[in-house]
Design a protein around this ligand. Structure first.
Ligand code: C5P
Length: 231
């Protein structure tokens, strides 16, 4: 097995898009040598709740809680405080909600972590959902600027949007889903990129899901992702 440098491992996020914690733990245990971050989405969170966060910490992961929050600012702020205190490293908010919603989320997340004596987490803005067929092309820059104004730590976008996003917000952490090894199945992802292209484009965190979790040999698929970057 290729030794994964810690700096690279911390940039690789495993999307645990499953509906029970037993399966999530099984995947996490097998794949933690390659992935430093585990993403809990709506599906797993609905099934397992906040227990998922502590369990994944116990397996050595930083936790990315992908709930894509969008509610009134007070509600978002209070929920985010809880997540910050639970040690969530990344949490997502819809930039569509505007500056006040994002700011409430970012403040709540950071305050919750600070009050619990934990390292500063990174609030992330979702720019545009790939499924949003009505979103006009020019909405991306607007959403990035909204995220920057609100003090978000980063944005979620496709690999081909990283350069443009950086133009508007140079210091934002760029998180990119849609990662596929060369020639891999794209599933429902509209815009995919190889891990190497993602790193070269300036992505800070590569979200990898089905390319690894649905593979017959998951360890080999994870190894191929790393080898694709290191080669
Ligand atoms: O496609 P893959 O299984 O690698 O997806 C990993 C993550 O990418 C998912 O957890 C989801 O949050 C995100 N995703 C996305 N756009 C899609 C499908 C999934 O951004 N069309």
């Amino acid at each position: 097995m290729t030794e994964v440098p810690e700096e690279l491992r911390s940039k690789l996020c495993l999307a645990l898009d499953v509906d029970d914690m037993v399966q999530a733990v099984r995947l996490g245990k097998e794949l933690s040598p390659w992935f430093g971050v585990a993403k809990v989405g709506l599906e797993l969170f609905t099934a397992a709740g906040t227990d998922a966060i502590g369990t994944l910490h116990g397996l050595g992961f930083d936790v990315f809680l992908d709930l894509k929050m969008y509610d009134i600012p007070t509600t978002v702020e209070k929920a985010s405080r809880v997540l910050g205190a639970l040690g969530v490293s990344y949490a997502t908010y819809h930039a569509q909600g505007g500056v006040d919603v994002l700011k409430a989320g970012a403040d709540g997340l950071r305050t919750g972590a600070a009050n619990a004596g934990l390292p500063e987490p990174c609030p992330l803005a979702i720019t545009v959902l790939t499924s949003d067929a009505d979103a006009p092309d020019h909405i991306m820059p607007k959403r990035v600027l909204t995220a920057a104004e609100a003090g978000m730590g980063g944005i979620v976008c496709s690999v081909d949007q990283v350069k443009e996003a950086r133009h508007y917000a140079p210091r934002m952490v760029a998180v990119t889903p849609g990662i596929r090894s060369e020639g891999g199945e794209t599933h429902d992802q509209a815009r995919v990129a190889t891990p190497k292209v993602a790193i070269e484009a300036g992505s800070d965190l590569l979200v990898v899901g089905r390319a690894v979790t649905l593979a017959d040999d998951k360890a080999a698929a994870a190894g191929a992702i790393v080898d694709g970057i290191l080669s």
